[in-house]
Design a protein around this ligand. Structure first.
Ligand SMILES: NC(=O)C1=CN([C@@H]2O[C@H](COP(=O)(O)OP(=O)(O)OC[C@H]3O[C@@H](n4cnc5c(N)ncnc54)[C@H](O)[C@@H]3O)[C@@H](O)[C@H]2O)C=CC1
Ligand SMILES: O=C(O)[C@H]1O[C@H](OP(=O)(O)OP(=O)(O)OC[C@H]2O[C@@H](n3ccc(=O)[nH]c3=O)[C@H](O)[C@@H]2O)[C@H](O)[C@@H](O)[C@@H]1O
Length: 441
């Protein structure tokens, strides 16, 4: 099929590449000239394992094209997928100006019947509202169908998610729209869940909010574990063995970041507020997360009293491993706070440094590797559980002025750190690690 994708951010690009990979003819359009010229050369801006190779392969095979002209992208398209950003407004609600502009761009361009797919995360009712705007701006005689098809991929494993996701959600009002979407996604062999448009829009927010709730829940359990001498990792493993609970998204740490959980939780709270409902649990999920993000700084202040003149290494800058994305990463809040308390901060990340440089506090400096980062430091904070950090020989911390490690991602067994005489503070675990008894299966 001929498919146009509007917006070549993270989601638009992964969508374009994966649809081309299964044999569709895809043209991606973006208003950002630099992005398009870089993508045409086969270069990606947000690093993702395997993405650049698939991009280059599909460009070379003539299945994937990039343009800045909506008319070129939409000319022969049977499907137009909207994958533009929906950032946060000041009050937490979703800002729809890019989606609205994309709809106008489409309306100004198409001269034939087409199915328009909203993949951007949008509040319930948006697709129907966009349909009205579209009808008002369409050229005479053209008819369109509007479909909601929210995206569930995760950064860092987007290719895996695109080809092996748990479900594809399609919200539509007509059987013909479902038929078209089934044709688009049939090659992926992923279960398709068909529903009405508004429910599809809500599935996206409810899913992200539920996952965020699991994270804040386990972080609260971690806070209690620290007080009562239990080990949150062992608790989560034991809970996760119950299939009704599941073992995913129960990793305690320094809270959730990234371009979606923080904004989507707030947007759902706002969506509820607009209809007079106070989403109490979700309010608390967000509050717990704000507290969790600065927990390591609190622990550091408790340990040192003052951070004035202290040299602190920050290990891991991206919001999670396997991406160079630092949007809403804990590293932003933590480095700001450390610098405000008078600390000197030196950062290290396996791949996010270049991306981080313009976005983190300008007083921060960067190291070429982990050893250089911690060398001579008063303390090291671990913010992202990169394999490189988890698998390092922990004796590297002996090059510090004082080997004090505050681990926001529970990367090491506390016993090992104790054996190597490293002062070690992690999340929700007693410093001796707690007793681990293998379950009898
Ligand atoms: N980043 C992620 O992992 C996920 C994001 N989502 C959702 O997908 C949507 C897109 O997210 P990202 O890709 O991260 O956004 P992004 O903000 O990184 O990229 C959006 C792109 O759209 C382009 N654009 C804006 N208006 C345009 C127009 N009228 N015509 C053509 N191009 C236009 C921008 O220049 C930009 O390159 C959001 O609603 C987000 O919530 C959903 C699942 C995962
Ligand atoms: O809507 C979106 O944009 C996407 O948001 C998340 O994906 P993503 O933000 O890429 O990353 P996650 O793996 O979900 O991690 C988000 C944050 O939660 C944190 N996290 C995750 C899991 C966990 O157990 N504990 C925990 O603290 C991570 O460190 C990270 O900061 C969802 O997992 C995707 O399904 C969704 O499509």
């Amino acid at each position: 099929m001929n498919i146009a994708v509007i917006g070549t951010g993270y989601v638009g690009l992964v969508t374009g590449v994966s649809l081309a990979e299964v044999g569709h003819h895809v043209t991606c359009v973006d208003v950002d000239n630099d992005k398009i010229s870089s993508l045409r050369k086969g270069n990606i801006t947000i690093w993702e394992p395997g993405l650049e190779e698939l991009l280059q392969k599909n460009i070379t095979h003539g299945k994937l094209f990039f343009t800045t002209a909506h008319a070129i992208a939409c000319e022969n398209a049977q499907i137009i997928i909207i994958a533009v950003g929906t950032p946060e407004n000041e009050d937490g609600s979703a800002n729809l100006r890019y989606v609205e502009q994309a709809i106008i761009d489409i309306a100004n361009t198409i001269t034939h019947r087409v199915t328009i797919v909203v993949k951007s995360t949008v509040p319930v009712g948006t697709a129907h509202r966009m349909c009205t705007i579209l009808q008002e701006n369409l050229q005479h005689g053209v008819s369109v169908e509007l479909v909601s098809n929210p995206e569930f991929l995760r950064e860092g494993s987007a290719i895996e998610d695109a080809f092996r996701g748990d479900r594809i959600v399609i919200g539509a009002d007509t059987l013909s729209a479902f038929d078209v979407m089934e044709e688009v996604y049939r090659p992926f062999r992923i279960p398709i869940y068909k529903t009405d448009v508004r429910s599809a829009e809500m599935i996206k927010y409810a899913s992200n909010a539920f996952l965020a709730t699991k994270i804040s829940f386990i972080n609260e359990i971690a806070a209690i574990c620290e007080q009562v001498g239990a080990n949150v990792d062992l608790v989560a493993a034991g809970m996760g063995m119950d299939k009704r609970i599941g073992d995913k998204f129960l990793k305690a740490g320094i809270g959730f970041g990234g371009s979606c959980f923080p904004k989507d939780t707030k947007a759902l709270i706002q969506m509820a507020r607009n209809v007079g409902y106070d989403f109490e649990i979700l309010n608390r999920v967000v509050e717990v997360n704000e507290r969790q993000k600065v927990l390591l700084v609190e622990k550091l202040l408790e340990r040192f009293g003052s951070l004035e003149g202290k040299q602190i290494a920050v290990l891991g800058l991206s919001f999670k491993p396997n991406t160079n994305d630092i949007r809403e990463a804990a590293s932003i809040t933590i480095t700001e706070r450390l610098i405000r308390h008078g600390a000197k901060v030196i950062g290290y990340d396996p791949i996010a440094i270049e991306y981080a440089k313009n976005r983190l506090n300008e007083q921060m400096t960067y190291a070429k590797d982990l050893e250089a980062a911690v060398s001579g430091c008063d303390a090291a904070l671990i913010l992202t559980e990169w394999d490189e950090i988890k698998e390092v020989d922990v004796r590297v911390y002996h090059v510090m002025k004082t080997p004090i490690v505050l681990d926001g991602r529970n990367c090491y067994p506390p016993e090992i750190m104790a054996q190597h005489h490293i002062e070690y503070h992690s999340i929700g675990r007693p410093s001796a690690g707690g007793q681990y008894i293998q379950p009898l299966l």
